[in-house]
Design a protein around this ligand. Structure first.
Ligand code: NAD
Length: 249
């Protein structure tokens, strides 16, 4: 399917995991893509990529301008970069709260603001934010992370309201537990990673982790004119975990 033919996309956190799968999926559907990531050392040769810290305004402005110049404009923004945080509300100090909210939430505001002048010139503009079931599920021992993703969900709704009259749609995906290097790192820190992975698979409604490709195809749909009247939704990609009210971690 070439439903994104001719569209120009920037993908934050596109060097790894879900973001890398999104870049592949968008490119496969005909889009030209630029990665904006803190660490672009693993990006394959030939793939447009700009080193960018979404936590820093100057870094974002420079990378978005450079990406727009290289692509000839921007139609699609995938705000996917994010970091985790573990523990209850007692676990993280004020600096850690500020750091995670700055990257996960303000990062989306920064990247989208920098891209808006280009999106306003587009005939097929869309923004997709990588949120999480953590936004609404009440995950145990993920207080800060959940708060950050709750804010991503609210920000998605607010931006959807603000920009639809400019022809810019804003949606989100809410992945469940996705098989990415992030989850790999969490499993590796367990006493028995293989047993932990089996247990994690068994806790999923469909008996396995969600793949990054499955999240990427949902992101691509929300980027595509195929979803042209869809605005302000958070599409669950979790095997039904949230609908079934299961414990994800
Ligand atoms: P990942 O660690 O594999 O990839 C994250 C990417 O973001 C990395 O390339 C990293 O370099 C980049 N990044 C981190 N901080 C950055 C910054 N300040 N500026 C720019 N880039 C930065 O993780 P993933 O599992 O692919 O997660 C991607 C997104 O999906 C995150 O927003 C995460 O919260 C969300 N998510 C993941 C899962 C899951 O189970 N893996 C579930 C729900 C939501």
């Amino acid at each position: 399917m070439q439903d994104l033919q001719g569209l120009r996309a920037i993908v934050t956190g596109g060097a790894s995991g879900i973001g890398a799968a999104v870049v592949e999926e968008l490119a496969g559907r005909g889009a030209s893509t630029a990665i904006l990531d803190l660490d672009i050392s693993s990006v394959p040769e030939g793939q447009l990529a700009f080193q960018c810290d979404v936590g820093e305004r100057a870094s974002v402005d420079a990378a978005v301008q450079a990406a727009a110049a290289a692509l000839g404009g921007i139609d699609l923004v995938v705000n996917n970069a994010g970091i985790g945080a573990q523990g209850t509300v007692e676990a993280n100090d004020d600096d850690e709260w500020a750091r995670v909210l700055n990257i996960n939430v303000t990062g989306i505001a920064r990247v989208t603001s920098a891209a808006l002048p280009f999106l306003r010139d587009s005939q097929a503009a869309a923004v997709v934010n990588t949120c999480s079931i953590a936004a609404t599920a009440g995950l145990p021992e993920r207080a800060l992370y959940s708060a950050s993703k709750g804010a991503v969900y609210s920000l998605t709704l607010a931006m959807a309201a603000d920009h639809i009259r400019e022809g810019i749609r804003v949606n989100a995906v809410n992945p469940g537990t996705v098989d990415t290097p992030w989850v790999g790192r969490l499993l590796d820190s367990a006493a028995n990673p293989q047993a932990e992975r089996q247990a994690l698979n068994a806790r999923q409604p469909h008996g396995r982790l969600v793949s990054a490709k499955e999240v990427a195809t949902s992101v691509a749909y929300l980027c595509s004119p195929l979803s042209s009247s869809t605005n302000g939704v958070a599409l669950a990609v979790d095997g039904g975990m949230q609908a079934l009210r299961l414990r994800p971690v």
